[in-house]
Design a binder for this molecule. Structure first.
Ligand code: SF4
Length: 217
């Protein structure tokens, strides 16, 4: 008798697992099409729902991209743009004097003479890279500007100064983690991805950074 009950139980569990896998597959395929649509058109449909879908089904969606031999960096790109799209209105309502910008240290010139301090690297605008110019523009608009060697610096600065809005520059992975962290602090954040990631002399689309600084659409 027990064998029959156990057999039925395993059968039910098996059916449930297959059903769940099917649901995940269907949702992932739908999300994949929505991501491709957003990537091509720049428009977002059901943005919040889509962002939840990308966050929860990221691995399954990237597997579909991999099977289709498509570049799965598109998933990260659309995920960041979605986050920015959702945060944009709240971000724009915060005065620039209460906004912080965090730049990664890798975007500096390899010959950067700036010194590391407890609040990040102090750029002296030596002209060897474009960070000095960006700092001047950002501070001219009222932003507090930080160049940080890691996320522990960001957490410490956030806890100390309590910014009300943040712009973060970094590789897609750092931006995704940063957006999630800011969300947990209820701080609207905008991500500007590096156009060429790496460990040294990375770069970004500076126009995108300046547009974000000045709330351009
Ligand atoms: S401009 Fe600033 S960040 Fe760039 S190399 Fe000079 S001191 Fe370093």
């Amino acid at each position: 008798m027990l064998d029959i009950y156990l057999g039925s139980l395993f059968y039910l569990i098996g059916e449930f697992v297959i059903f769940l896998a099917l649901i995940v597959l269907i949702l992932s395929v739908i999300a994949t099409f929505m991501i491709l649509y957003s990537f091509k058109t720049g428009h977002f449909f059901a943005a919040r729902l889509m962002l939840i879908g990308i966050s929860t089904l990221e691995n399954a969606i990237k597997s579909i991209f991999w099977i289709a031999r498509a570049d799965d960096a598109i998933v990260d790109d659309v995920g960041i743009r979605l986050g920015n799209y959702i945060n944009k209105k709240k971000f724009a309502r915060i005065s620039r004097g209460e906004r912080f910008i965090f730049m990664p240290q890798c975007v500096r010139s390899p010959e950067c003479p700036a010194k590391l301090t407890p609040e990040g690297i102090r750029c002296i605008a030596c002209g060897r890279c474009r960070v000095g110019e960006a700092k001047k523009t950002a501070e001219g608009l009222g932003y507090k500007f930080f160049i940080v060697p890691g996320s522990s610096f960001i957490k410490r600065i956030i806890k100390k100064y309590k910014p009300r809005a943040i712009i973060g520059v970094g590789c897609p992975m750092e931006i995704k983690q940063g957006l999630a962290m800011c969300h947990s602090y209820d701080i609207p954040a905008m991500g500007v991805p590096l156009s060429q990631a790496g460990c040294v002399a990375t770069t970004l689309d500076w126009d995108v950074l300046y547009d974000t600084l000045s709330d351009k659409p």
